[in-house]
Ligand binder design. Structure first.
Ligand code: FO1
Length: 312
């Protein structure tokens, strides 16, 4: 069984590739919930939804988040009433947030709600929250403290980031499925998907016990979300510069030192391989840009093959 850690749009694409390459009982996808927030009285879990929609094949191909072929009657009506329009909720996507909020209010866990929605969407692989306890990524910027979605969407990642913390992480427990995967003697390894390390993977590692358990696992492969100094999507490069880190695959490797044994970097960064290896990690060079399902599956299969060669 393989454990994948994912968050955001890039992570969801490789998670979908892993789901094409592996059978349902061979894969657990643990998803970041640090981006979750309450909006209009609704419990919104963007990364869980992005992974579920992407695996279900209904994600919006342009944005990566929300659903394809959406209609926007709700947002138009909300705007007419003067409601907040900065966070776009399509009509179909809205049903996910309403149903999750209803089930959570009835006492169901985020794990149970996610499983129920996956079943309805025809997603057969295990998509699980990193924790059923609240963890919230807070971005400290030159404009003050911002909840993640306020930084990422409302302020469009413009404020300068000084530091990031993961509120309530100390009190959070890994979800039962994540704990079981980490304790499973049949765990073949961990694939850290090409998500933003600081915003999408760090919250998962901040849940007590997770970083240590992964650090003990000999076979961990991380895919760099930075290619030729830029993120494929999102603020990772800008964020790294603001955190005083050169946006490069080498710095991603440095971030994952002690956690991953192998870093997958793009062909465009092949010249960085010696610098990655100098950090004590193995650099594997692959085509890491995922344009379609075939790319996703190919990269996933490459990561699985690397697991079997890693940790020798
Ligand atoms: N991202 C945006 O940039 N603008 C939006 O209006 C927006 C709405 C939205 C609604 C539901 C959802 O699940 C995700 C949404 N996202 C939006 C993306 C979201 O902020 C990010 O995908 C994650 O939080 C970080 O990857």
């Amino acid at each position: 069984m393989i454990l994948a850690l994912a968050g955001g749009v890039g992570g969801a694409k490789l998670a979908a590739g892993m789901a094409r390459a592996l059978l349902p009982d061979e894969l657990v996808i643990a998803v970041n919930t640090g981006d979750d927030f309450e909006h209009l009285g609704l419990q919104v879990s963007p990364d869980l939804d992005t992974v579920m929609y992407t695996l279900a094949g209904i994600a919006n191909p342009q944005t990566g988040w929300g659903q394809a072929g959406e209609t926007w009657s709700f947002m138009q009506a909300l705007e007419r009433l003067g409601g907040p329009a900065w966070f776009q909720l399509g009509d179909r996507d809205l049903a996910t947030h309403v149903e999750r909020t209803r089930r959570l209010a009835s006492g169901e866990s985020l794990t149970a709600v996610t499983r129920a929605i996956c079943e309805r969407l025809g997603v057969r692989h295990a998509v699980v929250p990193m924790s059923d306890d609240p963890v919230r990524t807070v971005v400290h910027t030159d404009k003050g403290e911002l909840e993640f979605q306020h930084y990422f969407v409302r302020e469009r990642c413009e404020p300068r980031v000084e530091r990031i913390d993961y509120r309530h992480s100390a009190a959070a427990r890994p979800s039962a499925a994540l704990s079981a995967a980490l304790a499973n003697p049949a765990l073949r390894g961990v694939v850290i998907c090409p998500s933003n390390p600081y915003l999408s993977i760090a919250p998962i590692l901040a849940v007590p016990g997770v970083r240590e358990a992964i650090g003990r696992c000999a076979r961990v492969v991380a895919v760099s979300p930075i290619i030729a100094g830029e993120a494929v999507k999102g603020p990772a490069a800008k964020l790294m510069r603001e955190l005083g880190v050169e946006p490069s695959a080498v710095e991603v490797a440095r971030y994952y030192r002690g956690i991953a044994r192998t870093i997958v970097i793009d062909r465009a960064d092949a010249a960085l391989a010696p610098a990655v290896e100098a950090l004590g990690l193995h650099a594997a060079i692959e085509d890491t840009v995922m344009r379609d399902d075939a790319d996703r599956e190919r990269l996933a299969r490459a990561c699985v093959a690397l697991l079997d060669r890693t940790g020798m």
